[in-house]
Design a protein around this ligand. Structure first.
Ligand SMILES: Cc1cc2nc3c(=O)[nH]c(=O)nc-3n(C[C@H](O)[C@H](O)[C@H](O)COP(=O)(O)OP(=O)(O)OC[C@H]3O[C@@H](n4cnc5c(N)ncnc54)[C@H](O)[C@@H]3O)c2cc1C
Length: 716
């Protein structure tokens, strides 16, 4: 085995020598299983005078992940699964700061200090143990609508949300909404998915006796799993036991089912099924932290590759441990699993290896035989594999609790958790929640084409800004009448302000025309912003009066004339089409050759991608001039697709002239592209505002003439 570097050994000898020199500094990044075990072991082996240990973690506590599901299910108090690092690690300098960069050449880390400025600290050894982050972006809509399940905040927010859904179910008179509030979808049936599914089921079903408006039969907990068995990590007999027990407890398990999107109404599966549910928990999808992503060292699937003694490949004084590292286990010669059990062992063995290096001894490879797996499945049941033996049911559950109680980092936590669990055996789970008022929040929402954001007549709750895609504004003249499309809004547009400022229900419905992402501000936060910032209020008031859909409501005659005016009769042929890979120079030439000063940009399928006109060209040139160092260096060979963020709003041949006019007014444009249909975005022409106005004036003129004159003009 490789020996410790002589330089390090020399350094250590100097530390221990007669002349007092500074102790070596070991910086640990992370405060999870691996980091804490490393720090504890190193502190127990080296004196303060020999080694200064500084541990940087984003939070001031260590999260004991196996108990997160109990926190979400209210069988544990929120602070029981989090242990304060400085109380756990006496003799270690604990810093609650985020490390931004590691410079392995200069042996320095850069971190965000308490004022948010960048500070630097030198190290003799650095340990990267910053785990993995949740990555909900792997499924569209999950970031906006699902709960991740990784940090304390996730468990606390989820618990609050579950209790809130029960309160909503109690309050509503609508049985469909009641079932919606009581439907919970968990994506992923690995350890965390099964544990949190079991806990949610237990919490909600056991709490129904405190509510009058719903019963156990109204509760639906669904586990969605892409494989053909739950808990792929345990033996087949235990998986089967877990599945049967959970189904008996009322949990629906959908196997071979892949979630493809999420909205505020639920989850869509790959086979087209849509699962209704007001709560989505996404337990799949992880990514390495930005710190690891920016570290230029050998990696595999995002994890840092290490030598057998857990030093980063190619480094002598940098180590990587836990979920962020790819360590080959000498026991089976396979990459070590990303579990807390393995992370802890890695932490201990890496610390011992560092001590060996400092003593000038050879290091040892990481070698560990997995002791087993434990997973709680709810209802005082668990499955366990320990030392080659299998346990299931209550015995496994008892084992699960005993093992994790014993593994908790401090005695105070152990006592706290055992008291919570004892309490939970006797008393009902706590249904109190701190109000996290939706009206005070800034959130994001995802909608599939055809989904409604709100309906006409709904109370105003949110101010929304379109971040991506397009929405349609629909309006019914009479209650129960078929709603008609009155305008289209695109990226950067907003809606909901009229109803919020006027304190009345929505006068239109909003429906997603494409995939749509919205930024949404709750009603109270919106009132605070508009109340305290007069310019913002004035801007929104102006926007309301500008809105096309609103203007036509106040001009009923013009509105009905426009509705009856066939769009096809006003259509101009499409201007020159440019591809988004065409350059700015191509666009300049095309604008120069054409007479309209407008271009339509298409994608590789010849589908509408955006518009480009002279105004946009001037904006692009101005931007280029600002970013170019020399004026003559304007990068005119840049692709339009990379440079332009064009207006993506269009109308279809099926839309009415009223929709076209309202949409142009909303966007302050004098023309709008027309495509064949919503499903076929091939450009078929353009509509011009002046042409519509001219035909409108003609019609209004005719309408205002006395009947005889109208007949005469009809005869001519
Ligand atoms: C819900 C759930 C249940 C689980 N159940 C089990 C189980 O029953 N048994 C089991 O063995 N494993 C379980 N695991 C897996 C286990 O928790 C992980 O494998 C383990 O936590 C990995 O430890 P770690 O030290 O590598 O990272 P973590 O424990 O994730 O700790 C990493 C720490 O680094 C911090 N950090 C990240 N970036 C920075 C930065 N730039 N600056 C400062 N700090 C930073 C983070 O805030 C975090 O505190 C579970 C995981 C989850 C999510």
């Amino acid at each position: 085995m490789e020996c410790g570097s002589p330089a390090a050994a020399f350094l250590f000898d100097r530390c221990r020598g007669a002349k007092k020199v500074k102790p070596i500094r070991t910086i640990i990044i992370g405060g999870g299983f691996a980091a804490v075990k490393f720090a504890k072991t190193l502190r127990s082996k080296l004196r303060h005078s020999d080694c200064e240990i500084v541990l940087f973690n984003r939070e001031n506590h260590m999260v004991f992940h196996p108990l997160l599901a109990d926190v979400a299910g209210a069988s544990l108090n929120v602070d029981s699964a989090a242990a304060p690092l400085r109380q756990m690690l006496p003799g270690v300098g604990c810093r609650t700061e985020r490390v931004q960069r590691i410079n392995l050449d200069t042996s320095e880390i850069a971190y965000e200090d308490e004022n948010g400025s960048l500070a630097h600290l030198h190290f003799d050894h650095v340990v990267v143990a910053c785990g993995a982050d949740s990555n909900l972006a792997i499924i569209p809509g999950m970031t906006e609508h699902a709960f991740a399940f990784k940090v304390m905040r996730d468990a606390i927010d989820l618990r609050q949300h579950i209790v809130r859904q029960m309160e909503k179910a109690e309050a509503t008179a609508d049985p469909v909404r009641r079932r919606h509030y009581l439907s919970f979808i968990i994506v992923g049936a690995g350890f965390s998915g099964v544990e949190v599914g079991g806990e949610i089921n237990e919490l909600v079903r056991s709490s129904t006796r405190f509510y009058h408006n719903f019963h156990k039969e109204d509760v639906k907990v669904t586990l969605v799993h892409s494989q053909d068995q739950v808990l792929p990590e345990v033996a087949p007999t235990l998986r089967e036991f877990a599945r049967k027990k959970m189904e008996k407890a009322g949990i629906t398990i959908l196997l071979n089912a892949r979630a493809v999107s999420a909205t505020q109404e639920g989850v869509q599966l790959k086979d087209g099924r849509v699962l209704d549910g007001a709560t989505i928990v996404c337990t799949i999808g992880t990514t390495t932290s930005p710190l690891v992503q920016n570290l230029e060292v050998p990696k595999e699937k995002g994890r840092i590759r290490t030598t057998p003694d857990m030093r980063i490949e190619g480094q002598t004084n940098a180590w990587a441990l836990g979920d962020c590292a790819l360590i080959i286990n000498d026991y089976d010669k396979k990459p070590a699993l990303t579990t807390g059990q393995l992370a802890e062992r890695e932490g201990r063995q890496a610390a011992l290896n560092l001590v060996r290096i400092l003593n000038g001894e050879p290091t040892k490879p990481f070698r560990f035989k997995n002791l087993g797996q434990l997973c709680s499945i709810g209802g005082y049941n668990a499955v366990a594999e320990m030392f080659g033996m299998h346990f299931s049911g209550f015995i496994a559950w008892f084992l699960w609790r005993s093992v994790y109680l014993f593994k908790l980092p401090t005695w105070s936590r152990r006592i706290k958790v055992s008291l919570d669990w004892a309490w939970d055996l006797v008393f009902p789970r706590d249904l109190g929640f701190l109000s996290t008022d939706e009206a005070q929040q800034l959130t994001h929402a995802y909608f599939r084409p055809g989904d409604f954001v709100h309906h006409q007549g709904d109370p105003a709750r949110l101010f929304s800004i379109v971040e991506e895609g397009e929405v349609e504004i629909l309006q019914s003249r009479e209650p129960n009448a078929e709603p008609k499309l009155v305008a289209v809004l695109g990226k950067g547009d907003f809606f909901g302000e009229g109803a919020l400022l006027g304190n009345h229900p929505h006068e239109t419905s909003i429906r997603a025309r494409t995939v749509v992402r919205l930024g949404q501000i709750g009603s109270e936060l919106f009132s605070q912003i508009t109340g305290s910032f007069t310019p913002m209020r004035e801007l929104l008031t102006k926007a309301i009066t500008r809105q096309g859909s609103d203007i036509w409501r106040r001009l009923p005659l013009a509105k009905s004339l426009l509705e009856d005016l066939p769009l096809a009769s006003l259509l101009d042929p499409p201007p020159q089409l440019l591809h988004k890979d065409n350059t700015v120079a191509d666009a300049v030439r095309a604008l120069n050759e054409g007479s309209s000063g407008e271009l339509i940009i298409v994608d590789e399928n010849q589908h509408f991608w955006g518009t480009f006109d002279r105004d946009e060209l001037y904006r692009v040139i101005a931007r280029m001039a600002v970013s170019s160092t020399v004026a003559s260096d304007l990068p005119i060979q840049q692709k339009l697709g990379d440079l332009v963020s064009p207006s993506r709003v269009y109308i279809t041949l099926d839309d009415s002239t009223l929709v076209a006019a309202a949409t142009m007014l909303d966007h302050g444009t004098s023309w709008i592209p027309v495509v064949r249909s919503k499903s076929d975005l091939q450009p078929v022409g353009t509509l011009r505002g002046d042409k519509i106005s001219y035909r409108l004036v003609q019609k209004l003129d005719r309408n205002s003439q006395p009947p005889q004159t109208q007949q005469a003009s009809a005869a001519t």
